[in-house]
Write a protein that binds this ligand. Structure first.
Ligand code: SDX
Length: 429
């Protein structure tokens, strides 16, 4: 922390000094705690200018399009690391030594199965239930099976809960998919890698094994990795707020899944594909760009814009390279949706409106094109985002619980009726 301060002049009152703290990177912050004693609150709907916590996990420079996990740039991690190694990095703040990584991979592998009674939960859902609705339910339900590790003050309980969540999310995700198509659940295989195992559980059947292509397994692993964490985004902030009440980690992650589902957040990858399909042809792009620019039209170009990035989302750059690689491997380089996406990106990046509002493609713009090419249905796209984001969610939850914290309880600007008495029977006539 620093000895810098901001002085706030208050009409008719003594000016007050507010401490300013500096981080290792990013803007300074003003500690406004002293305002309450002055009978004042800050007012910042959407928390556009609010730092909700101190964190060491991830840093984003939105102006430069930089994303660091414990200081490592996302493009270097995507090229040189893998998803489980990034899970370790987010939790521990350092890359694992070789033997640490091997032991961690083994631990996760041994926890990929879910309690067989979990299968019964699925039977209660309609077959056409959205997989995210199923995930909200079954992930929260994990807390009904792990009474041995719900004591959040116990570091070992927090650690095993994190391993169980990272390990079981792909299994539950694949179960949600299999349930929706009426195929039997496929058990994880311990000899397979994390992303390979997920694709196996998604596409194998009891009648024949699905041979996972190494290119698709690597692409899937990279997609998980690119989604792993992103500072205090809406779903991570939801996990922190839920966790601040002392709630168990499984319930907190379920809350995060619910927040992620919205089309303004993780639901955007599904919405991008729906939008590209609605555009249908490159010739109709101008019509949709005009709608996106029309203030009276609620339509937005899904996959564009970001609260923090006012430059290219570095994840979108890697995702775009992966899209070319996967579609090339699958012989789909002429995929009409990819052609529409690339043309849309080009137009949007040249259009005055998008330049002025600094609207660039974000992580969701290309991910759906890769997932669709891999045979994954659009309804599963946000589920895959949730699998990838789980290590980030649980790392932030653990960072909060491992340090002194307070229950999150914002105040408000009240503009409702002032106090009044309940009408007497006479008044009521
Ligand atoms: C994710 O927070 C994270 O880190 C999220 C995420 C993560 O990893 O956790 O990165 C994942 O959620 C990525 C974003 C996915 N969502 C979308 O792609 C949906 C489309 N994008 C928008 O809805 C919007 O850009 C947001 C929600 C992402 C950001 O909204 P903000 O920061 O609240 O910005 P805003 O709505 O105030 O927009 C600023 C201006 C507005 O115009 P004016 O009111 O100033 O005239 O830009 C316009 C908006 O109308 N605008 C768009 C637009 N996004 C913003 N106009 C057209 N198309 C768009 N996509």
């Amino acid at each position: 922390m620093s000895d810098k301060k901001a002085t706030l002049g208050l009409e008719g009152k003594e000016a007050i000094d507010l401490p300013i703290y500096s981080g290792t990177l990013g803007p300074d912050v003003v500690d406004v705690g002293a305002l309450t004693a002055q009978g004042l609150f800050t007012y910042d709907p959407g928390f556009v200018s609010t730092a909700s916590c101190e964190s060491k996990i991830t840093f984003i420079d939105g102006g430069k399009g930089i994303l660091l996990h414990a200081g490592y740039p996302i493009d270097q991690l995507a090229e040189k690391s893998d998803f489980l190694e990034v899970c370790w990095l987010l939790w521990n703040g350092e890359l694992p030594a070789e033997e640490e990584k091997e032991a961690f991979v083994q631990r996760v592998t041994k926890h990929t199965m879910v309690h067989d009674q979990m299968n019964n939960f699925f039977q209660g859902f309609r077959r056409d239930a959205h997989p995210m609705a199923i995930m909200c339910g079954v992930v929260g339900a994990l807390s009904a099976f792990y009474h041995d590790s719900l004591d959040i003050t116990n570091e070992k309980a927090r650690d095993i809960s994190a391993v169980r969540l990272i390990a079981k999310m792909p299994t539950l995700a694949a179960m949600a998919y299999k349930y929706s198509i009426g195929e039997p659940f496929v058990y994880p295989r311990n000899e397979l890698g994390y992303a390979e195992n997920f694709l196996h559980m998604m596409f194998s059947t009891p009648c024949e094994d699905y041979k996972v292509s190494p290119t698709l397994a690597k692409a899937m692993d990279t997609i998980f990795l690119l989604h792993a964490d992103h500072e205090q985004n809406a779903s991570t902030s939801t996990v922190r707020l839920a966790g601040s009440t002392g709630s168990n980690p499984f319930g907190c992650i379920s809350a995060g899944i619910t927040a992620l589902w919205g089309p303004s957040h993780g639901g955007a990858n599904e919405a991008v594909l729906d939008m590209l399909a609605e555009i249908g042809d490159v010739s109709r792009i101008d019509e949709f760009v005009a709608k996106a620019k029309d203030k009276n039209d609620p339509f937005r170009l899904m996959g564009f814009g970001h609260r923090v990035y006012k430059n290219f989302d570095p994840r979108a750059k890697v995702m775009k390279e992966k899209a070319d690689e996967v579609l090339g491997e699958l012989g789909l380089t002429n995929d009409p949706l990819l052609a529409i996406a690339k043309r849309l990106e080009q137009i949007a990046l040249e259009d005055e409106y998008f330049i002025e509002k600094k609207l660039y493609p974000n992580v969701d713009f290309y991910s759906g094109i890769i997932l669709k090419a891999m045979g994954i249905p659009t309804s599963m796209f946000t589920v895959i985002f949730a699998v990838g984001r789980t290590p980030g969610w649980i790392a932030h939850w653990n960072e909060m619980i491992s340090n002194p914290y307070k229950i999150g309880r914002p105040r408000q600007l009240y503009t409702g009726p002032t106090q009044r008495d309940f009408p007497s029977s006479e008044d009521q006539g």
